[in-house]
Design a protein around this ligand. Sequence first.
Ligand SMILES: Cc1cc2nc3c(=O)[nH]c(=O)nc-3n(C[C@H](O)[C@H](O)[C@H](O)COP(=O)(O)O)c2cc1C
Length: 426
Amino acid sequence: MPSLNDPVKLPSGLVFPNRLVKAAMAEMLGGFWNVPTTSLLKVYEQWGKGSWGGILTGNVQVDINHLGTPFDPALAGEYTDPNSNKELVATWKKYADACQEHGPPSIVQLCHPGRQSLRIAGRRGPFASPIAPSAIPLDMGDGFLQRWMSWFAFPPPREMTQADIDLVTRQFVDSARLMADAGFSGVELHGAHGYLIDQFLNPKSNIRTDAYGGSAANRAKFVLDIFHAIRAVVPPTFCIGIKFNSADYNSASFEDTMTQIGLLAEAGIDFIEISGGTYEDPKMIGPPGQPGQPQPQPQEQKSARTAAREAFFLEFASAVRTRYPNLILMLTGGFRTRAGAEYALSQNACDLIGIGRPAAVDPGFAKLLLDDSLSEDEAQLVLNRVAVPFWAKWIPLSAVGAGWETSYYTKQIQRIAKGLRPYLPV
Ligand SMILES: Cc1cc2nc3c(=O)[nH]c(=O)nc-3n(C[C@H](O)[C@H](O)[C@H](O)COP(=O)(O)O)c2cc1C
């Protein structure tokens, strides 16, 4: 059975020294100028010392006009070359150094939020439309209040023109080149969680009738073009991976999703990180609860046996493995114990284990799992769901519980940035 301590080599040649990867978590530490701030660097210095096999940064937006949150790090304007953009490269190099000074290869997650761009986020202004493959607004629920709140937070998008598609493709390529020049080991395209790439892949948000819509392959054209355009300009040793949403076995989209993964594998993607969910249905944070409610049960100290199946998207990862045995797979979501991580490896469901929330309350969580002198019961972190305050339970949006959970962990990341100890949720 593969061990958590084993290295993993990607097709680009990049080697993760062990199998535990700190997953992307938006830190909201880009400040008003949306750049890597000293606070951001401080958190990554801590993660850099945490014995992770690899580090994925929180999402970096490829267009400062379209942000997920107001404080995301982002790219403003064009990136031409290191000589004409010395200052910019120097700024991002500090970020790469903070992550990698103590060893682990670090990969920048590149994202465009598309229609999931908050009205108040990004320099396009609160009244300008976000962009999306089709002019379909987010659907956060049928009630009047739900529709109004979702309209207020996320303005309805406009359908992207070919010029928009070309611009966004160039923005992904510029961002990837900048990250390569700054010294990062690779980029991960954010193709999950309902962001722009996922909007193209998914027939519910993409009803285009041109070359980017229709069949599963057509819907994958946007991301494949981005992938090939990046591959053509970055060094061959620079890794390009993707975060991808899972689909249920019995869902209409299962075969389409498999086809799209096959196309990415054929194109030579370095790894696929499996996750799931969107703002409309935030499965990435865990199994769905009631609208506006936190997940009900506090988690107990898990025995190795109950921990074994803790991963949210294990079955889907296994199905991908069966179809595409040579693809490097990372599985993210739910891992809290060494037993759970080892079980996923023993099932051959994945090569790499992505870990989010535990890393936000313990930057050295990887050390705990890798330390063979610790017993199964010691090599775990019990995380209760974050309680939603009583008044917020009246907000009739299913995303409220997930939003509360996420913002709790963002605060813990920000505590690490200030040199304070993070708290476990009670
Ligand atoms: C505070 C916070 C911020 C997140 N930001 C991102 C992000 O920027 N990009 C991303 O792909 N996923 C993001 N996620 C999702 C995580 O990468 C991960 O998929 C999810 O938390 C499930 O893993 P976990 O159970 O180990 O936390 C975020 C999660 C949290 C808690």
